[in-house]
Design a binder for this molecule. Structure first.
Ligand code: WT7
Length: 679
């Protein structure tokens, strides 16, 4: 092995004092003030800390080890997992430029083996691995032995269909066990897959399939959502109509009539049902591509972030174990859909690597009543519950009676992810769901980071409502300025990471330069996350939201450019600008400013048609909240749309700052005025 290369330089000149206002436009920038006044702290409850995997003393020891010898720390974590060839290399990268980092590069392993076979070999085959409940109330349970058998059969079926390691598989599924089984089968074979969230449109699915050259699709006849059967198969048919696709594998879920194309479409129960339940995993190099997951950036089309095997596995295992304090008798429920990174790392891999019992639910939180989740927790005795602030705020609105009607006594730990959690929602979660006794882990991370980066360890760190607290051991997260200097305590800055971590994305599929430019150019020597943050005097991190053109709508990440290009693809639209505005429930809402083509009548029918166009191009998650017609968009002399101004108009704030570069002052005034007359 080569000796692990040096750490990125973490010594910085004295911090420059820049006010938080110097940051471009954090969605939650005004929250800085309120966070400064957040003085409540919640130490780990003694009953929790007494049994926790990590308490104050062991937490300090872990942090000490990671700070003095990062490679030794991650090597010690990797030792808990099975490697067919044990790695001698840990992190390898060019100092000062860790975009090229590799992890455990000379090791070989298999992630699915570590999720299943390893536990069976340890005598846990009879333990429940997965409990699933469908929206109509049907349920299924799988022991580790049974889940292994299903994954083995699916692996054999994929091989029989001609899937090879040179292929990519698209997974477009409702939240059913087969979605996880499909992921694990690909992983077992070393076949790169991409999960496309079932809420994305056929166009979005087709675009992603083209980008990663997927010749196979795994889908279902449908899934249940809010009492209705969602039709996924027709969306697949539309997406692949012009593509060279070899097979579409269809899980029967709703029993809806499906158009099965002869020779191409096959039923899951036919091919998987007939396959052998024996399968030997394929041993793969640590850096073997595991999956590609598309996410929105500030420009251009969605980026296909590529994660690899060994490093992702090690970080998923460790973060789940430490952050969720995972124990043998836990019933763990993360409400994310498998179509998002959270569904990969904290529904599927992290919990299974820890031999946990995972609960998954097919439907949404509000159907048939806002008590649905509390019914599930009571029925299945869920002990760890991980959800998003947007859901918590929706529950707050529907009132505590729905909560009180159920016993949530089984809960011992709560988690939050996806967007900053406002202190009010945190307190409500703490009191009404956690009964005042459950620590809350507010976990900051991204599709790019692969696993949780900043979070309290619940037995170690006192929490403060609204703060994700501290980086995990081995994670070098800081608040920095664009020149690479560190921000002073309580000073606003950019959230950045100064050293590589095992589960970092390795590239953007097909565009490595874009990967380097997006994440490693803005702040010299650091990974730039795209978020604004500050660190208080106790070293607690407060994430303030995106500082780029990425929107966070109900915890779903969308790019303003992506929505804009969907809007302008409507034949009646001349020009459009999309901005976010604060939304109490969703975090951000989507406002579209539209200039129609000459002679087009700007009426409700056009607004409806534009909304429909966005839904068709991207999916219902991108449906604009408001469409504003305008004769022209405010622009600078160089022709750039003044987004800051539009954001201020959209959020109902007075227009502030220097607007003298506006091409057409009158148009802005008209815009600002017409906005004020709204509702
Ligand atoms: C963006 C990443 C990985 C989880 C699901 C979202 C925001 C995520 C938090 C948090 C404040 C958060 C950030 C980040 N975000 N978690 N706990 N506190 N902000 O993954 O779609 O890749 O979005 O979500 O803005 O950059 P994603």
């Amino acid at each position: 092995m080569g000796a692990p290369t040096a750490q990125a330089n973490t010594t910085f000149p004295a911090a420059r004092v820049v006010s938080a206002a110097a940051l471009p436009y954090c969605a939650a920038m005004t929250e800085i003030e309120s966070h400064l006044h957040e003085l409540r702290t919640f130490p780990p409850p003694p009953s929790f800390a007494a049994k926790a995997r990590v308490d104050a003393a062991s937490g300090a020891a872990l942090r000490e080890l990671a700070a003095t010898d990062l490679n030794k720390y991650w090597r010690s974590v990797a030792q808990h997992l099975y490697w067919e060839r044990v790695p001698t290399q840990i992190a390898t990268y060019t100092p000062g430029a860790f975009h090229d980092a590799t992890w455990f590069a000379d090791g070989t392993t298999n992630l699915a083996y570590n999720c299943l076979d390893r536990h069976i070999a340890a005598g846990l085959g009879g333990k429940r691995a997965l409990i699933w409940e469908g929206e109509p109330g049907d349920s299924r349970e799988f022991t580790y032995d049974q889940l292994f058998a299903e994954v083995a059969k699916a692996s054999n079926a994929l091989v029989a269909l001609g899937v090879t390691r040179n292929d990519a598989v698209a997974i477009y599924m409702p939240q059913v066990p087969e979605a996880m089984i499909a992921m694990l089968a690909c992983t077992r074979l070393g076949v790169m897959y991409t999960v496309v969230f079932g809420g994305f449109s056929s166009t979005a699915l087709g675009d992603r399939m083209v980008d990663c050259d997927a010749k196979f699709v795994i889908t279902a006849d449908g899934g249940y959502r809010r009492g209705a059967a969602l039709d996924l198969k027709s969306a697949v048919d539309a997406a692949v109509a012009d593509l060279d696709v070899k097979h579409v594998l269809v899980v029967k879920r709703t029993g809806a009539a499906c158009n099965m194309k002869a020779g191409r479409d096959v039923w899951w129960h036919d091919v998987v049902g007939a396959a052998s339940a024996e399968h030997k995993p394929v041993w793969l190099p640590s850096e073997h591509p595991l999956f590609t997951l598309y996410t929105s950036g500030s420009t251009g089309k969605p980026k296909g972030l590529v994660h690899t095997t060994g490093g992702y596995m090690v970080a998923a295992y460790q973060s789940t174990k430490l952050v969720f304090d995972m124990r043998d008798d836990d019933i763990y429920w993360c409400t994310a859909d498998i179509g998002w990174i959270t569904g990969h790392t904290y529904v599927t891999y992290g919990p299974l690597l820890n031999a946990a019992t995972v609960f998954i639910y097919e439907g949404g939180p509000m159907h048939p009543t806002p008590a649905r989740f509390w019914q599930m927790i009571e029925k299945w005795k869920v002990s760890i519950f991980y959800t998003a602030p947007t859901a918590i705020r929706a529950f707050m609105r529907t009132g505590v009676d729905h909560v009180k009607a159920h016993s949530l006594a089984s809960l011992r730990l709560l988690g939050s992810v996806g967007e900053p959690i406002n202190p009010e929602a945190w307190m409500w979660y703490h009191e009404h769901i956690g009964g005042g006794r459950c620590p809350i882990v507010d976990t900051w991370w991204q599709t790019e980071t692969g696993s949780i980066m900043i979070s309290p360890l619940p037995g170690e760190i006192a929490t403060k409502p609204g703060s994700a607290t501290k980086p995990l051991p081995g994670i070098a997260a800081v608040v920095a300025h664009k020149d690479g200097t560190l921000a002073a305590p309580n000073e606003g800055g950019y959230l950045a990471v100064t050293a590589p971590w095992p589960s970092m994305a390795r590239t953007i599929r097909g565009d490595h330069q874009r990967f380097i430019d997006t994440y490693f150019k803005d702040i010299p020597g650091m990974y730039f996350a795209g978020d604004g943050a500050r660190q208080d005097a106790d070293g607690y991190l407060w994430v303030l939201g995106r500082v780029d053109d990425v929107l966070n709508v109900s915890g779903h990440r969308l790019s303003t450019m992506e929505v804009e290009s969907a809007v302008v693809s409507h034949m009646s639209v001349a020009e459009a600008a999309v901005v976010g505005r604060p939304d109490e429930l969703k975090g951000q809402g989507i406002v579209v400013f539209v200039t129609p083509k000459q002679g087009v009548v700007a009426d409700d029918a056009l607004a409806t048609a534009i909304r429909a166009k966005v839904v068709a191009e991207i999916g219902a998650l991108a449906r604009p909240d408001e469409i504003r017609f305008t004769e022209s968009l405010p622009k600078t002399r160089s022709g750039k749309i003044m987004r800051r101004l539009l954001r201020e108009i959209a959020s109902g704030k007075g227009v502030a700052g220097d607007v003298t570069t506006l091409e057409d002052q009158a148009s802005l005034e008209r815009l600002a005025q017409s906005y004020q007359h709204e509702d």
